[in-house]
Design a binder for this molecule. Structure first.
Ligand SMILES: [Zn+2]
Ligand SMILES: [Zn+2]
Length: 298
């Protein structure tokens, strides 16, 4: 988005979209949580791709800083193939407030992780065929956990380390996006299956960073009818016009408006991202109301 940036009316106290080193972020979960708490955020969701490992670690170790509430979360990359005619042939669904101990969800996530690993290995092999091997650079990248969810950002960082590209954006634009030579299609859950898996684990399914929402009301209505409960309106990189337009879609479709930074830890310290993040406090009450009937209300 390149229009007028959002100017936070006050330091945000809510961030409902972050990643740790248990998926494709760089920070250890405990380090992220401490950095977030230090900025004055009171309500945080860790939403790693396909894994609740970071959430379980933090809750299990009892290291949530006082004054901070950790909402267990997940992000599922849902395959739309060409059916919905979307840019990346996938949409991302956040599950806010899921039960981190739900066996059914864990089985689903384990299958997603297996498919993700297979895709990752195919991307690495494809880059090798293209004369852009990254195997040694991958080994040198910071280690991630057992539940590591491998993704394109990790491939991109290895490509930067090898000097093939200058940035993650360039890696996507020249190699890793759909239609580019290093692109490997993803296999896994569709959006409706993702929404159902999140609902079954007591969470609120939220469509993430979907800037096309105002033009794709067909998608919004279809997913809402399938159980979608929220729309990510206050997304860190949306400009003011986009936020306003997506907020109106959420209102019209009776979806809970959420917001977050999608912080991965690779570009800047959390405090710098937070300084430009605007998630209004009015997000909190409708979110809590929507989660009230769910299994987990930590
Ligand atoms: Zn996403
Ligand atoms: Zn994300």
């Amino acid at each position: 988005m390149s229009g007028d940036p959002i100017i936070p009316a006050a330091p945000s106290t809510i961030d409902l979209h972050t990643h740790t080193a248990r998926s494709d972020g760089l920070l250890e979960p405990a380090v992220l949580v401490a950095a977030v708490a230090a900025t004055g955020v009171r309500l945080l969701a860790i939403t790693d791709h396909d894994t609740l490992a970071g959430v379980r670690e933090i809750l299990g170790a009892g290291v949530v800083p006082s004054g901070l509430e950790l909402l267990p979360g997940i992000e599922l990359n849902a395959i739309t193939a060409d059916r919905l005619d979307l840019r990346e042939s996938e949409v991302h669904v956040l599950g806010l407030g899921v039960d981190p101990d739900d066996d059914g969800l864990e089985a689903t996530l384990a299958l997603q992780r297996t498919r993700r690993r297979v895709r990752f290995e195919r991307m690495v092999a494809l880059l090798r065929e293209l004369g852009r091997p990254i195997d040694d650079a991958l080994e040198a990248l910071p280690a991630t956990g057992d539940d590591d969810a491998l993704g394109r950002p990790r491939v991109a960082r290895a490509m930067i380390a090898k000097g093939y590209v200058a940035s993650v954006e360039e890696a996507f634009a020249t190699y890793l996006s759909r239609g580019r030579p290093g692109y490997v299609p993803r296999e896994g859950l569709g959006p409706v299956e993702s929404i159902r898996a999140i609902r079954a684990a007591g969470g609120l399914p939220v469509l993430a960073h979907f800037s096309e929402a105002p033009e794709r009301l067909d998608v919004i209505h279809e997913l809402r009818d399938a159980g979608l409960g929220g729309l990510e309106v206050y997304y860190r990189t949306f400009d003011a016009v986009t936020v306003d337009a997506v907020r109106r879609v959420a209102e019209e479709a009776s979806l809970v408006a959420t917001g977050g930074s999608d912080y991965h830890g690779d570009l800047e310290p959390y405090a710098a991202t937070h300084a430009a993040l605007w998630v209004p406090p009015t997000v909190e009450a409708p979110l809590r109301a929507a989660l009230a009937g769910s299994v987990v209300t930590r």
